[in-house]
Design a binder for this molecule. Sequence first.
Ligand code: G3H
Ligand code: ZN
Length: 281
Amino acid sequence: MLCRSADLIAEAHASGSGIAAFNVITLEHVQAVAEAARRTGRPAIVQISQNAVRHHGGDVMPLATATTAAAGGSDARLALHLDHVEDVALLHRTAECGASSVMFDASRLPDEENIAATREAVRWAHGQGLFVEAELGEIGGKGSAHTPGARTDPGDAARFVAETGVDALAVAVGSSHAMVSRTAALDLGLIARLRDEVPVPLVLHGSSGVPHETLRAALAHGMTKINIGTLLNVSFTRAVRATLAESPDLVDPRRYLAPARDAMTDAVADCLTALGTPGAR
Ligand code: G3H
Ligand code: ZN
């Protein structure tokens, strides 16, 4: 069923169980998340990034409609979120595409400009009943010269939340986007300090590079929303490569997309299971 992100995040924040959010690119990604959530009995957030929208010709509706339809036809609790939205025109499509939350990402801007832009985004989004995530202390690996060593200062984070009114905050604590091996180390002490000073749920980006036991430790220290994207693509592409290597003459995409979808489903289910049971904190 299609749920509201705010409800899933509030439940995860209160129980300490965390909520995983998976970035989708193709219909098979959407189906994999829905099936893994059904199989494990755990809720999940499906995220569509601005980059994924660009891949689909700049129109959010096809993938968003697929997601809300998949959620509506499933017993699993699923919510739709727009991720890393920098473009205000896309922000303004959040509600109409069926998403109940959006990450407005002005983290490339200097902090004061990030605050002003985010405050305006929040003002608009709250008027639509939307939940807003933002980022302070840019998390590395987004494709430019951003340092993976960035860290979010707890005092700055508290001030950012107070001045913008955001509902959740993405923080830089050691993870980096687009890692294909699980070797990232997180600053758990910093996560605990952020939890103590920041009154809204914390979001970990770049979680594909974080070992499962470290993700569980991050939840225990106060992280709530766990964003995972690259891991699905690693599983997808590995399965496609293996299928095509085995059958080089194959041309029907269903023959390689089906194993790719199965591989993503297993990877998502592993993550959902690894994050543990509600109330684990
Ligand atoms: O916002 C999306 C996430 O931060 C995904 O990061 O692809 O490195 O797992 P990842
Ligand atoms: Zn991210």
